[in-house]
Write a protein that binds this ligand. Structure first.
Ligand code: KG4
Ligand code: ZN
Length: 331
C-alpha cells in the first residue's frame, strides 16, 4: 500500500519460491493455487502493516498482465470485488510498468522521487528485458529480448549447474569471488544490427562449458563451487551486463538519455548495479537504482504505478479490467 506521496505504507510479499523450487521453476497451476491460498492473509497483513482499514483505501490497483492467466485472475478478481464493494476506482496495471517506476520508490517509507518525464527505463527480470523511453503520454519500446530474458538465463544456467532456484542471486554471490575477465563468452549482438537483446547463445555456450567440465546438474552447494567455475559464472554475468550496457550506450548516443531507471529482479545484481552506476557517472546520466527490496515482484510498485496511471488517465470501469497473458509495454 502506498499513500498519495508514494510513501510505502506496507509491502507484504507472500513468496511461493519453496513451491516453485520443488520443480525448478514456475508451474502455472501451482502458482494459481498458491495465489488463491495466500491472497486473503496477505491482504489482511497489508492493511494491518499500514495500520489502515478497508475504509481508508481510495484507489485499488491490480496487475492485469502480462503473466500466467490463472495467477492474474486471482488478484484481479479480488481487486474487482474490493472496488465494487466500496465503490472505488479500479486501476489495472501492466506488471512491467510496475517495475518501470519502482526505482522512484524508497523501501524505508520516504516519499517517492518526483517522476520527471521523459526518462528511460531498463526492465530486466525473469520474463523480460525491455529498454524503453517513458514520456508523460506514452511509453516507447526501444529494445527487447528476442529469446531468453536475462533472469531466465541466470535461472536456467544455474539449474544446469545443480544450483538452487532462483539462480540469479546464487550466481551473483558465486561470481563475486570469480574473475569475470577469464572467459570470453558471446554477448549476443544481433546480425541485423537491431538493438534487441539475445541471451540464448550465451546460455548454450555455458552449457557447452559445463559439459566440458563434466558438470551434470546434480545438486551442489553454492559455497563449495570450484574457483574455476566461479570464474566461469563471473564471465557469464559479465557477458549479460555487457549486453545490457551496450544497448543503453547505443540508445544514449542516438537518443540522449537524461535519466535511466533500472528495475526488475535482475536489477538486484551487484555487477549490473556497479557497472551501470559507473556508466552513468562517466556519461553524466542520472541512473536510478531501485532499492534491492523493491527489485523483485512486489505490491508497492503495482500500487504506485496504479496511482501514477490513475492520475494521468483516470480509471476506467472495473469491468474493463481484464487479465491479459500478453501485454507489451507501450500498447
Ligand atoms: O522481476 P522478478 O521478481 O520476476 C519476474 O517478473 O520475472 O524477477 C525474478 C528474476 C529471477 O530470474 C531471478 O533469478 C532474478 O530475477 N534475480 C537476479 C538477482 N536477484 C534476482 N538475477 C541476477 N542477480 C541477482 N542478484
Ligand atoms: Zn517482475
Amino acid at each position: 500500500m502506498v499513500d498519495g506521496a508514494g510513501r510505502i505504507l506496507s509491502n507484504v510479499i507472500a513468496t511461493q519460491m519453496d513451491a516453485h523450487a520443488l520443480y525448478g521453476g514456475v508451474v502455472p497451476e501451482v502458482a494459481a493455487r498458491a495465489h488463491l491460498e495466500n491472497l486473503p492473509g496477505t491482504f489482511e497483513a497489508a492493511l494491518a502493516g499500514a495500520g489502515l482499514g478497508l475504509h481508508n483505501i481510495d484507489i485499488v490497483g491490480a496487475t492485469a498482465g502480462p503473466g500466467l492467466i490463472g495467477a492474474l485472475l486471482v488478484g484481479l478478481s479480488a481487486a474487482r470485488a474490493i472496488a465494487f464493494a466500496r465503490g472505488l476506482p479500479l486501476q489495472p496495471v501492466n506488471h512491467l510498468e510496475g517495475h518501470l517506476f519502482s526505482a522512484h520508490l524508497f523501501a524505508d517509507g520516504s516519499p517517492a522521487r518526483p517522476v520527471e518525464y521523459p526518462f528511460h527505463g531498463l526492465v530486466v527480470s525473469g520474463g523480460h528485458a525491455e529498454l524503453v523511453r517513458v514520456e508523460e503520454e506514452r511509453i516507447v519500446p526501444l529494445a527487447r529480448t528476442r529469446d531468453d530474458a536475462p533472469g531466465e538465463a541466470f535461472d536456467k544456467v544455474a539449474r544446469r549447474a545443480g544450483l538452487p532456484y532462483p539462480g540469479g542471486p546464487v550466481v551473483d554471490r558465486i561470481a563475486a569471488r570469480g574473475d569475470g575477465m577469464r572467459h570470453r563468452l558471446p554477448v549476443g549482438r544481433l546480425a541485423d544490427g537491431s538493438l534487441d537483446f539475445s541471451f540464448s547463445g550465451l546460455k548454450t555456450a555455458m552449457l557447452r562449458e559445463f559439459e566440458r567440465r563434466g558438470v551434470d546438474g546434480s545438486p551442489v552447494d553454492p559455497d563449495s563451487v570450484s574457483a574455476d567455475l566461479a570464474d566461469l559464472f563471473a564471465s557469464f554475468q559479465r557477458a549479460i551486463v555487457t549486453a545490457l550496457i551496450e544497448r543503453v550506450d547505443a540508445v544514449h548516443r542516438s537518443d540522449g538519455i537524461r535519466c535511466l531507471a533500472l528495475s526488475g529482479g535482475v536489477a538486484a545484481n551487484t555487477e549490473l548495479r556497479r557497472t551501470l552506476a559507473a556508466w552513468g557517472e562517466e556519461h553524466g546520466v542520472a541512473v536510478l537504482l531501485p532499492d534491492r527490496a523493491l527489485t523483485t515482484d512486489n505490491a508497492a510498485m503495482i500500487a504506485w504505478a496504479a496511482l501514477l496511471r490513475y492520475r494521468r488517465d483516470g480509471a476506467g470501469v472495473p469491468a474493463a479490467a481484464v487479465a491479459r497473458s500478453r501485454w507489451p509495454l507501450g500498447s
